[in-house]
Design a protein around this ligand. Structure first.
Ligand code: GTP
Ligand code: MG
Length: 216
């Protein structure tokens, strides 16, 4: 019997859907923007972060989850999110991270973000899971692989979340999913299920809400 590695996360059951709905029906609030590790809020609750290449759709996904258009600032300009932004949703933190792999910003600035990003991903005790967002048009790139390796070494479970699904057709989906699955097989910290999303059309949003709300 052969099973597909890294299957899509199953549709959440009614109870999980309801817990996700309730968590995000309550207001999600912006807590603070952090530019250095000593500015992180006290590690007093479970947190989940959104990591990924610049422009992959991290901020847009947080907006889609919370049903608020401009809670996290999204933009066409890569490098928009320049701080670690904390949002409080129910009893957990959602963390919007600066993107990586963006070459256009001044070198000193990029290095500062990258250092902070890596320190955060490898050193935050309460980080329960990292969502690593992968643009469905591009698949896993070497910079994603690097971040995944960092997460492996730090023993932080990460879940691949495919973004911008609305930009591709079914056949293209399958091709990228195969590439992503092959890349994930090299990473012991990879969570065994994937989520395909479109912040634009709403695909995968209910599933992701349920995953976040039911994470113990
Ligand atoms: P940085 O903060 O620069 O790292 O970017 P980010 O990962 O936060 O990306 P952001 O959410 O700002 O989105 C980048 C661009 O992609 C914006 O123009 C969004 O409108 C677009 N985008 C994000 N998600 C989707 C999606 O699901 N579908 C489509 N079609 N466009 C999307
Ligand atoms: Mg952003």
């Amino acid at each position: 019997m052969s099973t597909i590695p890294f299957p899509l996360a199953p549709e959440p059951d009614d109870d999980a859907c309801e817990r996700g709905r309730l968590m995000f029906a309550a207001e999600t609030t912006f807590v603070k923007g952090v530019v250095a590790m000593d500015g992180l809020p006290p590690p007093d609750r479970l947190e989940i972060c959104f990591a990924g290449r610049s422009n992959v759709g991290k901020s847009s996904l947080i907006n889609a989850l919370t049903g608020r258009k401009n809670l996290a600032r999204a933009s066409n300009t890569p490098g928009r999110t320049q701080e670690i932004n904390y949002f409080a949703a129910g009893d957990r933190y959602l963390v919007d991270l600066p993107g990586y792999g963006y070459a256009e910003a001044p070198v000193a600035t990029v290095e500062k973000w990258q250092r902070l990003l890596k320190a955060y991903l490898s050193g935050r005790q309460t980080l329960r899971r990292a969502f690593v967002l992968i643009d469905m048009r591009h698949g896993v790139k070497p910079v994603d692989d690097e971040i995944m390796t960092l997460l492996d070494r730090s023993a932080v479970t990460f879940q691949a979340v495919l973004t911008k699904a609305d930009k591709l057709n079914r056949a293209e989906h399958e091709k990228i999913l195969a590439q992503v699955r092959a890349a994930l097989q090299k990473h012991p910290a990879a969570y065994p299920e994937l989520v395909v999303t479109s912040s634009e059309k709403g695909d995968g949003i209910e599933t992701l809400r349920a995953i976040i709300a039911t994470m113990a």
